[in-house]
Design a protein around this ligand. Structure first.
Ligand code: GAL
Length: 418
């Protein structure tokens, strides 16, 4: 009897003690997160870091940002650090070829398959997306956003005032654009050179159609084919409707031109929705409107920001905890409503998203999904760097045939479709 009482007491004591003993060791030290989400792009990242800090209060988070839309500056700094053997703990990288054809190919990333299994992510991320972060040898990053690139932004009130509608085709855009020019309004706001790449993909998709767009990146359609040259010709014409000071503006300043009525339209990714609703406190559908960029209705140029674990990261356990937050429902739904993106998780809580987010999610569910060149899905960093030089040249020369030919050369050089 005594013995029994002893065991009952022992069991009770163990029940009290064991959960603490089994509890995973509390993480300490630092976690350096490297991205280009600075300034206006910061609030969503801050919200994500807050979730991490609540779960890991003893870890000091170093939020290392390098300003510059689409990572123009951050990617150069990252390259230097990676090649110099000083990787950040975790860095922002686009799903697709920016990740696979660049860092995975160079054997710089750790395989995260075990984390995907442990967290049940194979069941919540779309298969098409997993393809863009995986190879036969592993899964290489955790996606945090689904952004749309081909969006035309405008102010419904201003369009009314100017007597025009959002154009569904480029022909309609040129008609509206001529009207706007006569009223002293810039038809299409443009910013520094990477936003020209961004505009190019929307124009090229509208000109080529989705099948040809896919064929380009599969190496099945030459960039200097008739269809390829035509896309550059259309792009050249579109540029005639943009502002002269583009190269000195940030993407936010181009959005500002639309907000304050100096320009009618801007084609930008839906981080512009995040900027207008989170930073500028504008109401989607009332203060700003949107539609698919001309000629791309029913098509969704997608891109996805993700974070991975580089080989040699100083605080591996802290990174794994960070990646777990990024891929979690809580983390994803804290981040995306502020960012203008939708969650890559299929079980995301849409009541947390505004009307823009809801409409993007609906389109993502029914549209033809195609890859973004400007944001890392279609091509590796080698091609992207060369493409930026081609763009630079085209902005000066406006020679479509030469640009198309140069694109074909850099496609071959960088193994597009191989
Ligand atoms: C993209 C990125 C977005 C946004 C944008 C502007 O490349 O995927 O999340 O940050 O650049 O900087």
């Amino acid at each position: 009897m005594r013995k029994n009482i002893f065991f009952v007491c022992l069991a009770a004591v163990m029940a009290l003690v064991l959960p603490q003993v089994n509890h995973a060791k509390e993480l300490t030290g630092q976690l350096e997160i490297f991205s280009w989400w600075a300034g206006d792009e910061g609030p969503a990242l801050d919200a994500l870091i807050e979730v991490y800090k609540t779960q890991n209060p003893k870890v000091e988070v170093v939020n290392a940002t390098v300003t510059g839309g689409s990572g123009v500056n951050a990617k150069a700094v990252l390259k230097t650090r990676m090649l110099g053997g000083e990787p950040p703990d975790s860095f922002q990288v686009h799903a697709g070829q920016e990740l696979i054809g660049t860092w995975v190919k160079a054997d710089r990333m750790e395989d995260l398959t075990f984390l995907f299994k442990e967290q049940g992510w194979f069941d919540v991320f779309p298969k098409g997306l997993i393809k863009n972060i995986g190879t036969d040898d592993g899964i290489w990053s955790v996606p945090v956003t689904i952004h749309r690139s081909n969006v035309l932004w405008f102010s419904p009130e201003n369009l009314k005032k100017w007597g025009i509608e959002a154009p569904a085709t480029w022909e309609d855009f040129f008609i509206a654009g001529d009207k706007l020019k006569k009223q002293g309004i810039v038809p299409l706001a443009l910013a520094q050179n990477w936003t020209a790449n961004h505009l190019w993909e929307s124009v090229a998709l509208g000109s080529l159609g989705a099948d040809n767009w896919d064929a380009l990146w599969a190496g099945k359609l030459a960039f200097d084919s008739d269809a390829g040259v035509k896309a550059w010709e259309l792009f050249g014409k579109v540029l005639e409707y943009t502002n002269d000071d583009a190269s000195s503006l940030s993407w936010q300043q181009a959005t500002d031109m639309v907000i304050d009525g100096r320009a009618a339209f801007n084609i930008m990714g839906d981080w512009a929705a995040g900027y207008m609703s989170t930073t500028k406190k504008m109401v989607p559908g009332e203060d700003f409107g949107w539609s698919a960029s001309p000629g791309t209705t029913g098509q969704f140029i997608f891109l996805s920001d993700s974070f991975g674990l580089p080989k040699g990261a100083p605080s591996k356990d802290n990174v794994l905890a960070w990646l777990s937050v990024i891929g979690s429902l809580e983390g994803s739904d804290a981040f995306n409503p502020l960012k203008g993106s939708i969650s890559p998780r299929t079980d995301s809580d849409m009541s947390k998203y505004n009307d823009y987010g809801k409409s993007a999610a609906a389109d993502f569910g029914k549209d033809r999904i195609v890859s973004s060149l400007a944001h890392g899905v279609s091509a590796n960093e080698g091609f992207m760097n060369d493409f930026a030089a081609v763009m630079e040249m085209f902005l000066k020369s406006r020679d479509a045939a030469v640009a198309a030919k140069a694109c074909q050369q850099i496609a071959v050089k960088n193994g597009i479709g191989k």
